[in-house]
Design a protein around this ligand. Sequence first.
Ligand SMILES: *Cc1c(COP(=O)(O)O)cnc(C)c1O
Length: 223
Amino acid sequence: MSSIKENIESFTAQLPEGVQLVAVSKFHPVEELAEAYEAGQRLFGENRAQELVAKAPQLPADIRWHFIGHLQKNKVRAIMPHVTVIESVDSVELLQLIEKEAARIDRTVEVLLQLHVAQEETKSGFSVDEVLQAADDGLLTCFPHVRVCGVMAMASLTDDMEQVAREFDLVRRTYLTLKDGCFDESEDFNHLSMGMSDDWQVAVKYGATLVRIGTAIFGPRKY
Ligand SMILES: *Cc1c(COP(=O)(O)O)cnc(C)c1O
């Protein structure tokens, strides 16, 4: 098996320019994150608030933490001092709460709008219709402490790469509709976060600017 360092180097070499690697480190100990850090990795993704809050102070301060899991409203305050990007904003209410908590500690936070395009009902996110409606209603803009930087999504868990491609294509088209619509004056709305260990190549084809890779860097997770 190749080392974490070799995996980071291999992704860094393979990803086209303009595509950034988020190393998804959930369930992996800080020693393994430190190994990735030493290989030059600075973006890390965590999906549980407690885990992010526990790990962040043990690692260098120039790490940019992306929160990628379902965010409960009562956890927003806890992650706010640590997180750079909340990729998993799945409701207008959550967006409003993030604004409030960012304002409270006088910072600006970047977020992505999570879209639900996969077949599994357990995955969270706005439906395409919901996000376009919220955009039309003016509910996604005008947050002084939140920069909405784009869209995040997960594809269905399937070996059918045509299905995955259709889903990523829908995400990309929705992203472009938002970009040309309510975010047409935003300099920040430039990111499409999609693609994981098994489907990142498809995601890159459909315009991903952020890929979120866990297993292919750190190996299988021990839950
Ligand atoms: C766990 C996770 C990933 C990484 O998945 P791998 O298949 O291990 O690469 C990416 N995105 C989200 C939202 C995740 O929860």
